[in-house]
Design a protein around this ligand. Structure first.
Ligand code: GLC
Length: 433
């Protein structure tokens, strides 16, 4: 049966966990790896950072600007404005026709709408794409992901593009002082109240994870690019149809932007009506999973999308397939968390908080439970325990925490242990591991 190819066995899960740990160690030792491990230059917060900060959350289907009040472990969003970014008016951010200054102009306007009157405020920019961090306050875009394609941003300093947009508007009320990935933001937001947070992750439009590595710094792993996974013919087909084939393999098998496409491709092998270009979205998958016994809403949905009414047994097939694709995503993600824990806590003795933000984790039926189940399965025989927590708004609030950290430690040079030193501290001298 078609859906069976998406089922992972316990051995598959063990292999993914091991492959992920190996990819992380390889990167830490400077060898080839599908992970990027980009340094954020930020440690975890102490929880005592206080004040009002601006945060920009840019990177998914929506862009959000907010003012956040931080007070001893408690973060409150005072004002927030958001807009959809897939298409704004006639601008299509996936078309390759939009210029950097249009994009950052629109974003600067959104931020200015939440700036408190007459104030100059420090801004933390959560920019959720692979970016090479130059300092806490600046990063260069390495490549677009999630089908974004705006011109003139790859290779550029992203906060400079934002600062230039403010300059064109004649204002200096916003000081972009930090730029972080959304996974780093999620980790920071959670660690602000739960100091034992060691992993921050996004399961939304895209997928990626950050972790506190043994040197004490938070790294954006860009784990969406991890490739140590068993693939099906549908994953290969989807990859070839995407904007950047051969890249972001885990993301294309696990993130909200792609799950509907995988289900559509696989279902089309059985249901002719899905062959003609109609495509299911992540929300559609949620509806299919929540549908009642007679699958009436699923039949209505497919009829709306394709003009064909499918039978109850075909609806049941679609539901089994959707369950398999969604469960596989959750299981793969959980295996990557386990792989990280194997590296950062090799004796498995500590308690870890794993913070997750993103629509897939927050809204997709059974998703969070499945991640939790596989985590518990993987930690059943060891002392270490992990709490999987929902960090809603984490990527945005994390921007504010990053701005607070940047302001608190301005001018300081923080020394992190090198990877090599941390590896020795963890495993003894090389080879003894
Ligand atoms: C994509 C980006 C990554 C981001 C993730 C979640 O994988 O490359 O930087 O963290 O999406 O938004």
């Amino acid at each position: 049966m078609i859906e069976d190819c998406f089922i992972l066995t316990k051995d598959d899960r063990k292999r993914i966990r091991r492959n992920f740990a190996e990819a992380l160690i390889a990167k830490m030792e400077g060898e080839a790896s599908s992970l990027k491990c980009l340094p954020s230059f930020l440690p975890r917060p102490s929880g005592t950072e206080c004040g009002d900060y601006l945060a920009l959350d840019f990177g998914g289907s929506n862009v959000r600007a907010m003012t956040v009040r931080l007070a001893n472990g408690q973060a409150d969003i005072l004002r927030m404005k958001k807009m959809s970014l897939r298409r704004v008016g006639s601008l299509d951010y996936t078309s390759g026709d939009v210029e950097a200054k249009d994009l950052f102009g629109i974003i600067a306007d959104l931020i200015l709408a939440v700036v408190p009157d007459q104030k100059t405020v420090a801004l933390g920019h959560t920019f959720s794409f692979p970016a090479e961090q130059l300092s806490v306050g600046e990063a260069r875009l390495i490549k677009w992901t999630k089908e974004f394609a705006v011109k003139g941003v790859v290779g550029e300093k992203v906060n400079r593009l934002l600062a230039e947009a403010f300059a064109r508007r004649g204002t200096d009320s916003v000081r972009p002082v930090a730029i972080i990935n959304d996974t780093v933001g999620t980790l920071l937001a959670s660690a602000y109240r739960a100091p034992d947070t060691t992993i921050g992750s996004i399961c939304g439009t895209g997928h990626n994870t950050a972790a506190v590595l043994p040197d004490g710094m938070i790294y954006n792993l860009e784990s969406g690019n991890f490739d140590g996974l068993p693939v099906t013919e549908y994953d290969l087909a989807l990859d070839q149809m995407s904007l950047a084939p051969n890249e972001q393999r885990l993301e294309k098998m696990s993130a909200g932007h792609y799950l509907g496409k995988i289900v559509t491709l696989a279902a089309a092998d059985k249901l002719d009506c899905l062959r003609a270009g109609a495509e299911l979205t992540g929300e559609d998958l949620g509806l299919i999973l929540n549908d009642g016994g007679q699958s009436l809403r699923t039949a209505d949905l497919i009829e709306r999308r394709t003009g064909t009414r499918i039978s109850q047994s075909d609806c049941a097939f679609l539901r089994r397939l959707t369950r398999a694709v969604v469960a596989r995503s959750a299981q793969m993600v959980a295996c990557t968390y386990l792989g990280i824990l194997d590296v950062i806590d090799p004796s498995h003795t500590e308690h870890h908080t794993i913070a997750v933000d993103g629509s897939l984790f927050g809204k997709m039926p059974m998703y969070a439970k499945e991640v939790e189940r596989v985590l518990a399965e993987g930690l059943a025989d060891v002392e270490a325990t992990a709490d999987l927590v929902w960090a809603g708004d984490g990527s945005g609030i994390g921007g504010a925490v990053a701005a607070a950290l940047a302001e608190t430690h301005r001018g300081e040079r923080r020394e992190y242990r090198t990877f090599a030193e941390s590896m020795v501290a963890l495993y003894g001298s090389k080879g003894e591991a």
